[in-house]
Design a protein around this ligand. Structure first.
Ligand SMILES: [Zn+2]
Length: 268
């Protein structure tokens, strides 16, 4: 087989892979879309539990309601990520009132997520927890470096929020975090942990998982030596590949398939 033939084959394969990517579904009703978002959110929480991202009562994932768009669904205060079902989620309005569901809201969940969802109309999902590597990395007051292909998802696309001021229960602090986040997909909250957003809850959860692992990878690499940076041009290209909205959505799907097969009660 000559070189030309190989290249043709390669190009053909790339086209086929691109054409077969999973697409976000189209819904017949807002009720159907709401249920879909709640199931994805509950599955995201189960994944956070599986990966050990829970720490006591800290951490929250939210998804904007498709109909009442100034409200969002969230895990109730004090509920285990690992047990949560779609029917356990609560809906919270922009005043921090629970308008649907039977559990109290975590004040920090409201303060951070309400501000982020308000400041970023494009954010459908948002995720935050005190995962170990993100938390450790956040103490260094630095951003992730483009040292791996995966870390390039955050190249020029994450912020550092430096003003840690106690548990974020005040709306003021939520607004400052949202301001620091700007138009990016993620923020490192100094001395606290990670925050990610997405155009779907799928995307927000995926960015969180991969960002946590990129924090781990950078901590490991820097503990062992001096990592080589990917050069700007390659990092920018890679960011457009692994850091796109489509890439975030697609990357979540195998995790969703596995967790919902293992834990089907998430749909209850
Ligand atoms: Zn927190």
């Amino acid at each position: 087989m000559n070189q030309h033939h190989l290249q043709d084959q390669h190009a053909g394969a790339v086209t086929k892979i691109g054409a077969g990517l999973p697409q976000p579904p189209v819904f017949k009703s807002l009720a159907e879309e709401r249920q879909h978002r709640k199931e994805r959110l509950a599955a995201g929480l189960r994944l956070f539990a599986k990966f050990g991202f829970d720490e006591g009562v800290a951490g929250h994932i939210t998804v904007r309601d498709p109909e009442f768009t100034d409200t969002f669904w969230v895990n109730g205060f004090g509920m285990s990520f690992g047990l949560i079902k779609a029917s356990d989620l609560i809906r919270v309005n922009h005043k921090g009132e629970v308008v649907e569901g039977n559990h109290p809201v975590n004040a920090a969940a409201f303060a951070i997520h309400a501000s982020v969802h308000a400041a970023r109309p494009d954010s459908i999902g948002a995720a935050h927890s005190h995962s170990t590597y993100g938390r450790a990395f956040s103490t260094l007051a630095r951003k992730l470096e483009p040292i791996t292909q995966d870390a390039c998802a955050f190249y020029n696309d994450h912020a550092l929020y430096e003003d840690y001021g106690g548990v974020a229960v005040e709306v003021d602090e939520g607004e400052q975090i949202a301001q620091a986040l700007g138009s990016h997909k993620a923020a490192i909250l100094q001395n606290h942990g990670l925050l990610t957003v997405g155009q779907s809850v799928d995307e927000a959860v995926w960015w969180f998982i991969t960002m946590e692992r990129s924090c781990q990878a950078q901590l490991l690499a820097e503990a062992a030596g001096t990592p080589v940076l990917i050069e700007e041009e390659a990092a920018t290209l890679t960011a457009s590949q692994v850091g796109s909205h489509v890439s975030g959505y697609v990357s979540f799907q195998p995790l969703y398939a596995k967790i919902t097969r293992e834990q089907p009660d998430v749909f209850d």
